[in-house]
Ligand binder design. Structure first.
Ligand code: CP
Length: 302
């Protein structure tokens, strides 16, 4: 059974198959309209979500399917102590595919071992968020191209699952990756190791000014308060690595600024009015990309 657990498992061919199909769907939604009539997608979110959950729901409905939602943890039998394995084993009987978000790293991999329907990791703690990466790559391809790319990835590189997934996926392309963060939020050792093994072109910086003028894309991330073991550690770095329209005066005119969202204060509202801002377009790309992904995982005629 095909699952989507980690971007590290995706080849360039896999990525291009999804992105090309998404582009075709974006251009002509009738291509897949109604193709999955009568099929059901289960949404199992053990952590909050706006974009991932709603764009998967919108994608499934546009494919002609339906969704069932486990709902909040407090209103499900998880509250009574049911294990993740039992939860997904039961839910696979109600659905043709499962989208799972869970606070524990490795949870999606574990859950996938108990089900025979496709399971998509929609975020496992500080681990991976591969469907986000597919829409990120789609947005990069549309705005800057994926070859001969210089990208800066800034903010919470330690706990940022969107960062870990994107960094892995970019090793399939001719991309120079610049990581910009405080010392305490550098990439985890395991991700650095994987990037090294893949021969990725990687540099680390503390100041955005050191590299801003070289970038095609700047991918900003939120410092995630909920992931820090101690509030004190969060406070030490909160509010750093913020950009505004003045910061971007030193950037190339065609710089693309992205953010997986939600943002707190990492990107000032005055950036929204600049031609650099692509983060709302990026969020909207979640629908065609997840339509393409679901169509492939559910065995559409591709
Ligand atoms: N980008 C993203 O994963 O957003 P949500 O947490 O709202 O799903």
């Amino acid at each position: 059974q095909d699952h989507l657990i980690s971007a590290a498992h995706l080849s360039r061919d896999d990525i291009e198959a999804v992105l090309d199909h998404a582009a075709a769907v974006d251009a002509d939604p009738d291509l897949v309209r109604g193709r999955h009539d009568g099929r059901v997608l289960a949404l199992c979110f053990f952590e909050p979500s706006t974009r991932t959950k709603m764009s998967f729901e919108s994608a499934m409905k546009r494919l002609g399917g339906e969704t069932v939602d486990m709902g909040a943890v407090d209103s499900s039998s998880v509250k009574k102590g049911e294990s993740l394995a039992d939860t997904v084993r039961v839910i696979e009987g109600y659905a043709d595919a499962i989208v799972l978000r869970h606070p524990s790293e490795g949870s999606a991999k574990l859950a996938s071992e108990f089900v025979d329907v496709p399971l998509v990791n929609a975020g496992d703690g500080a681990g991976q968020h591969p469907s986000q990466t597919l829409l990120d790559l789609y947005t990069i391809r549309e705005n800057a191209g994926l070859d001969d790319l210089t990208i800066g990835i800034m903010g919470d590189l330690k706990y940022g699952r969107t960062v870990h997934s994107l960094a892995h996926a970019l090793t399939n392309f001719d991309a120079r990756q610049h990581f910009i963060s405080p010392e305490s939020l550098r990439l985890p050792r395991s991700v650095r190791y994987d990037l090294h093994e893949a021969g990725a072109q990687v540099r680390e910086h503390t100041d955005i000014e050191d590299v801003l003028s070289e970038l095609d894309v700047l991918y900003v991330t939120r410092i995630q308060r909920e992931r820090f073991p101690e509030e004190r550690e969060y406070r030490e770095v909160a509010g750093e690595y913020r950009i505004d329209a003045e910061t971007l005066e030193a950037a190339p005119d065609d710089l693309t600024v992205m953010h997986p969202l939600p943002r707190v204060d990492e990107i000032a509202p005055d950036v929204d009015e600049t031609t650099h801002a692509k983060y709302f377009e990026q969020a909207h790309n979640g629908v065609p990309v997840r339509m393409a992904l679901l169509d492939i995982l559910l065995g559409g005629d591709r």
